[in-house]
Write a protein that binds this ligand. Structure first.
Ligand code: COS
Length: 387
């Protein structure tokens, strides 16, 4: 398959890609949507959905064909995350997290590291986690404390990370640690691929979250964890840039997730409003409800346009990508939050109970404003391009 994009930030899908998207759509309707409420209720990582994605080549979407991926490009990946997140955001983040955690290797890894890890990740046989944040270094990762000390043949890591997606289910933790305390943070941090079964590595605790409950979030701890030289990603000291360049791209996945949640909530509310009778007619004939639905649909469509534009820029390695991915993530996640709040309102009392999915969507949407950089950080990124 070829990638989707044409030029100048325009995009289009070829027939093969439309067919693939249709397969994903069907899989979501038949297999993912019926599991969504249960995944939220139990808070358990959905191993069955992971298997399903692996069987359908979904994990292959972020990867080039030479590493066993579909080679279909950024837009196709975003479309898939969007489609899955319409029904189940916890399942959507599984794909976004595989993109996030493989990007450092795809962008900066040695050929050896790529050959060893990417085919396994593309097949979904191993899952990755991106371990950047720490309890006192979330928005400001340059102040991290996890350290890496050079020893013969590798490095020894000590410290702790926080809020790490895929904690406990990942096989590889892309870990950022201070390897040189005597230079500026942007030259003193190194990225490592740490095996989940490495001696001295453990997950301390899992968070009890408001939403996105099927996606485990936890705190990896490193106690004298040895990482061989060949598992360093990029050059020693280059880690901060590895992290920033990764986030410039991976934020598109969160924007896609947010667009999916917003569309899922809009569709559900619109269908509900068709059926629900009040004052002798369906409530979608009441202007108060019509205006809500119209705004939900319009804002979601606008967020999607910004996302697809940014995705097409990613495919063209456009230098303006960082700004556009920040804008797409910022706008789409704010839209997802507003739209899901409105969806709850359209359903009234039914919106507030677990029998209907919109309260789950509202809780899930909140995280898209926070993770992979809070929306305040996205505003900083955008504002700096204007200064
Ligand atoms: N790509 C490549 N390099 C980048 C970059 C990017 N997008 N953004 C910054 N850099 C480089 C700069 O060029 C600078 O390099 P030099 O020191 O060699 O000149 C270095 O990184 C430091 O940049 P800056 O001074 O701008 O860093 P700040 O500490 O001011 O931080 C922000 C910048 C706020 C953008 C950054 O800290 C950030 O993105 N924070 C949010 C982190 C996040 O998303 N966390 C979520 C958890 S991860 S899922």
């Amino acid at each position: 398959m070829t990638t989707a994009t044409t030029t100048e930030g325009q995009y289009s899908l070829n027939q093969e890609q439309r067919d693939f998207l249709e397969v994903i759509r069907q899989m979501v309707v038949e297999k993912v949507a019926p599991r969504a409420a249960e995944i939220d209720e139990t808070g358990e990582f959905p191993e069955d959905i992971r298997q399903l994605f692996a069987e359908h080549d979904i994990f292959g979407l972020p990867f080039e064909q030479k590493y066993g991926g579909t080679g279909t490009g950024e837009l196709m990946l975003c479309l898939a995350i969007e489609e899955i997140s319409k029904a189940c955001a916890s399942s959507g983040v599984m794909l976004a997290a595989q993109d996030l955690s493989s990007l450092p290797i795809r962008l900066y890894g040695s050929d050896d590291l790529k050959d060893r890890l990417l085919p396994e990740m593309a097949a979904g046989r191993i899952l990755g986690a991106f371990a950047l944040s720490e309890p006192e270094a979330g928005s400001d990762p340059g102040s991290m404390r996890t350290s890496a000390k050079k020893v013969e043949g590798g490095w020894v890591l000590n410290g702790a990370k926080n809020w790490i997606t895929n904690s406990g289910v990942a096989d590889i933790y892309i870990t950022f640690a201070v390897s040189d305390h005597d230079v500026k943070f942007s030259q003193g941090i190194t990225a490592f691929a740490v095996r989940g079964d490495a001696e001295g590595f453990r997950i301390d605790s899992l968070e009890k979250k408001m939403g996105m409950k099927g996606s485990p979030t936890g705190s990896p701890v490193y106690e004298d964890v040895f990482v061989p030289d060949e598992d360093v990603i990029g050059e020693p000291g280059e880690g901060f840039k590895v992290a920033m360049a990764t986030l410039d791209r991976s934020r598109l996945g969160i924007a896609a997730q947010a667009v999916g949640i917003a569309q899922g909530a809009t569709d559900f509310a619109a269908n509900y409003a068709k059926e629900r009778i009040a004052f002798g007619k369906p409530i979608n004939r009441l202007q108060g409800i019509q205006f809500k639905l119209a705004d939900m649909e319009t804002h979601t469509a606008a967020a999607r346009e910004l996302l697809y534009r940014a995705a097409s820029m990613a495919e063209q390695d456009d230098p303006g990508l960082g700004k556009f991915s920040a804008m797409a993530k910022l706008f789409a996640s704010d839209v997802a939050m507003d739209v899901t709040v409105e969806a709850v309102q359209v359903l009234g009392g039914f919106g507030y109970v677990k029998e209907y999915p919109v309260e789950r969507m509202m809780r899930d949407a909140k995280l898209t404003q926070i993770y992979e950089g809070t929306n305040e950080i996205q505003r900083v990124v955008v504002a700096r391009t204007l200064a």
